[in-house]
Write a protein of this length. Sequence first.
Length: 410
Amino acid sequence: MEFFRQANINWMGRAKYFFALSGFLLLIGGASLVTKGGLRYGIDFKGGTLVTVRFAQPPNVDKIRTGLAAQGLGTSEIQKIVGANEVQIGIEQKGQGEEALDAGKATILKALSATFGSETGNRPDFNVATPSTLAQILSQQDPLALRTNAGDRYTQLARRLTDFRDKDRSGLLTNFDDLREVEGVTPGILATLKGNFALGSFTIRNVEIVGPKVGAQLRRQAVYVTLYALAGMLVYIAFRFEWVYGAAAVLAVFHDVLITLGFFSLLNFEVSLTVIAALLTLVGYSMNDTIVIFDRIRENSRLMRKDAFADIVNRSINQTLSRTILTSGLTFLTVLVLFLLGGEVLRAFSFALVVGIVVGTYSSFGIAAPIVVAWNRWRGQRAAGSGSAAGLKTRGGGASAGRLVPAGRR
């Protein structure tokens, strides 16, 4: 399949509009970063405690916030997970060491228990009970009248009960009668559980704890990894083509990353380790698209020796336009579906890819290629000014005929 078989678009003639658009996006992104005091880092980078809580009913965020504020956690970040009765509660780390980390987790649990725990009365919550706790209660009550070997039988039954709760009911049981599906549960077992336990309205699904030193270290490593990747690509492209190609490609990738981070700031998305993985992915994707165009420019430079360099670049972009539309378009549709249907955990990751693919594709012909043309024009004008390239202008006053020739082919 091929689109735009006879495309004849003057891309370089519109370079000023591309630069203006990029400047505008960088400006509003930078303004957002300044206004908000920087990016919104996740627990991975700033350190702290992140607790994922699942509720039996759609959670009342205002009630949760009030309960946290009563425990001195009014600055906590509460994010409702779309499509599920779950919220993520994050608090920044205060103090150092494991004791401070455990204290953060305990404070969140205390606030939630004070807000919702009263619904269980004086009985323990079945949704947070461990297999050993269940086995102990069942052994004491002995609803099966086993007398001998009761401990082993009730221990196995307790494991089946907690497995059913955690795997089949996502950690939150809302009705004791659902336990009839578990092998070995009799009316006597069910009556014992109902008499000794209550069903709370929430359960803790996951707890992530990261110390502040580890978060700062991860932040530095993320920056270093990105810079190392760009440096390696610069060396490769400079060796494969010329240094100006490498510089243009790296500047275009910097442009992609900055604009993507600007959108993260504008829409208040968190920057986490998965987002860094997405940024590195888009760096490679954008660089690949740029190299395809640069390789076509090198081939056409040998075939169109008498044409202006800007015309060669235009033709190269037009020749690869169909390939760009197919590959970028299909990839964009894939990550868009991931963004819309992938759930809250992958939301920031997929958003970075959605923005990055669009911006990365655009920068290949709208930023990287115009930079090479501008440098080639400046080099020709400089040579003309010194008298070494007199009479090299084209009929229309366009780019110098002394166009850029790839390394090793002069």
